[in-house]
Design a binder for this molecule. Sequence first.
Ligand code: GLC
Length: 430
Amino acid sequence: MSMCDVRPATGDSSWWVHDRFGMFIHWGAYALAARHEWVKNRERITDEDYQKYFDHFDPDLYDPKAWAKAAREAGMKYFVITTKHHEGFCLWDSAYTDYKATKTPYGKDLLKPMVEAFRAEGLKVGFYYSLIDWHHPQFPIDRVHPMRDNLELREREKGRDMKVYAEYMRNQVRELLTQFGQIDCLFFDFSYPGEDGKGRDDWESEKLLKLVRELQPKVLVDDRLDLGDTDWGWDFKTPEQFMVRGWVTANGRKVLWETCQTFSGSWGYHRDETTWKSEDQLVKMLIDSVSKGGNVLLNVGPTARGEFDARALERLAGMGKWMRQHGRSIYGCTQAPESFAVPQDCRLTYNPETNRLYVHVYSWPIRELHLDGYAGKVKYAQFLNDASEVAFRTAELRHHIEGTAADTLTLLLPVQKPDAVVPVIELFLQ
Ligand code: GLC
């Protein structure tokens, strides 16, 4: 699949389509509440009542080197950190607010050491920046605001000036794009245009994006600035918390896309949430996405002590175990050419540089896997986990031929499934 069929980005996407797998990190004052990063909104908490999380913010076990190591060992090649989420709390020492890590009991900047630690492990750097801000005094109380139901307050605060807030955003984005070196991707979040909502005119998206492109011409920008109808206003699509059914398109054209996903139902640390995905589901999430030409940004919500919790670490290790042996079927790979039919219970990924096709076997068959239409196209086949040869036969050598055509190539498999969550067979194509 040549990348020229795909809508090009304004920024540099060459590393991104190769790397495929990144870590999202949602970390802020909501980690103390430990019940979803939208807690302020959901529970309609006032600024005064929410202040206790800021006043007790002290992640004494914070060790970004350990985070970066866990990400690298999981096979992740980039990370995206919430520099500021909807609650408005900033992880860096912004000159434009006091609502930041340096003013908490912790008292230190959290962002710089994180960026340095991840870079040192060889990961690219992405910043998430919330367009929404439920703490800024000039951010209008709209239909998504925690104080939306307080009509008296809304009336009193109706003079809030969005222009002042839009400028605040530009100032902060300038800080983020000038004080931390090369930033590889940006994740603005999110627009909800329409009545009592916010969209491109409110954020002054065009001006904001112009600034971004000026300061960091290579940076890749997501699609949540409400500029979706332009051909310059976004680089990649961001399907969130669902699996797409095919390569994501816009105006009939394939686009760059990245699905952002959680381990459980929450982005911020959630102590009591138990719908954690299994290792098997997570590995398949990654395979499925690459098989449709996309990336996965998988989220960790660190605790208020500053650690990844055990459930996250266990799953990261599981993915890392699979990726160590099977990363070749992910990095540099994309959707297979249409001339290769997807075999039963399988997914295909393809590396156009090496001309190798990867058969990911989701359900282990009994002794034979039929690849219809593959006869004459395969030079050599092996398992990825141990590089052991996988023999194959075509029609003339097959003992029984029911249901298979002359152009079917049959892989002869061991009865026992190889020791891998999802075994992968590497086909060296003619
Ligand atoms: C959403 C949510 C949010 C999360 C994000 C990740 O828009 O508002 O909490 O940060 O998606 O994509």
